[in-house]
Design a protein around this ligand. Sequence first.
Ligand SMILES: [Zn+2]
Length: 201
Amino acid sequence: MAISRNKVNHFAPSTAEYVVAHAKWRKSRGRKPSATYSLHKNPTKALKWARRYAYFPISGKYLEGKVPEYYVCGGCGETGIKLWREYQTSLEQTTLLCMACSCNEQSKARIPTEDGCSLYTGTVFHFYRTEGMLPNQGIGYNPKEGPPPEAIEIYTVQERTDQIGWRVPAVPTEGCMNFWGYTSVPSAGVKWWRNLPFACQ
Ligand SMILES: [Zn+2]
């Protein structure tokens, strides 16, 4: 099926879906694939790699832009918000919990990041940099001891995660009820989950 350049650009360039769609568009114009993907700088190898991971939503829109009816917090009964599931647990034993209920269960504190995509753990890492080092080459130090005298710059980084204890984001698959493995969620699924709020407004 032919694909327009406009449609190709709907996919983020760093995704497997972009590489596959881009190759389709090139083929429709009688050309060879030219997009690269992550570590694969050879376009043919990149396409082979991307074909294994690319996922295109069944209806064009992931889960048709809806929230499945089983996607309900088992603690407070809220729906339409981000939920977490236990890591590596069979589907029969999987329970879904919202951020607040997950934090309670796992005895963890989490604050949503400003971009709405991740969570702060509250842990802050302290780094320093000396003159000979590149701007992104910080060395961690203990704030109680302070940075060494040769430090020319000190900065902090807040720890981020999308996990709450043993719980990971619950991203439903399309079709029958199931969830993507933690490291295999396709970009359309990630986007679907990120678009959900952390709590009811
Ligand atoms: Zn809840």
